[in-house]
Design a protein. Sequence first.
Length: 297
Amino acid sequence: MSMFRTGILVLTSPLHTLPLRIAPVLTSAAQFVEQTLYVHLHPGLNLSSILPARPVFVPPSHNLSSLITKLYSRAADVCAHLDVRVLLTNVRNQGLSTNPFPTAQMLSHTPDVVLTDFSVSDSSQVSLVQSCLEKYAMCCYACKPHLQSVLLAPEVEIIGEEKEPQKTELLETYSDVVVGGTFDRLHGAHRTLLTVSCLMTEKRFLIGLSDSALLKNKVLKELIEPYALRMEKLLEFLQDVKPALRYEIVPLSDPYGPSITYPDLQCIVVSEETRKGGQAVNKKRVENVILAKCITA
C-alpha cells in the first residue's frame, strides 16, 4: 500500500449521511496519507460521467457546521496523527453557475494524492472515475504532477441507519467576525472553532492571539509556543481553509483586546468554555454602545 505525505479527501456523499460515514472514511484515508489531509466537500458530485466534473458553491448551513464539528472530533479519535483541514473555498451563498475556483488554489502543503468516498458499483468504471477525480482535484487545487487517486468506498463499512434528509437551514453569516485564544499547538477544538468562524465570516476575520502579558499567570506557561510561531501556524491554517477572507491577527494582552473597541465587529465566536468571556466582552461593548452577537461554535 502506497503512502503519501499530503492528500485531498473529496467527500461526495449527501450531508445527512456523512455523520455516520465520516469515521470509517477517515480511518480508510489514514491508511494512505501520513501528514496532512485536506477535506473538500461536494455533496452529490458525480464522478462517473463522461462530462468533466465541475466544482460548485455549497451554501453554509447548520448541517454543514455540525458536520465540521463532528469531522474534527472523529479525526481526533481515529487519525490523531493527521493534520486535518476542512476547506471552505467553495462554501458560500453564490449562484451555482459561478465557478468557486477561477484558478487552482495554492495550499500550504501540495497534495500528491486525491481520495474520495464516491462509490463505484461497476468495476469497469473505476478508471473513468479515477481520471475524473484527478482532473476535478487539479481544477480546484494546485497539486503535484502525476497526481494519484484512491477510491475509498469499497473499504468503508457503514454501521447504523442513515437519517432521512432534512430541510437545509442556512447559517447566518457576518461581514466581520472576531475570536480570541492562545491557539497553542492547534488541536481539534481549535480547528473546529476557527473553521466554523470562517464559515460564518464573509469579509474580515479578526483573531486576538494571547501574548506573554496575558499568559504570565497560566500554568506551565513556559511550554507554550512563542507568539510568532503560534501566529505563523494560525495564519497558515486559516489561509488554507478560506483564502478569500481578510485575516487580522493582533496581540491579546488582556481578556478584551480590540473586541471592545472595533465598531464594525458583528459576531463574537466562543466555545462553551469561553462563553462567559464572550458575554463579558459584549457587556463592555454595550457600555461603549457597540454590541455584537455572541455565537457558540
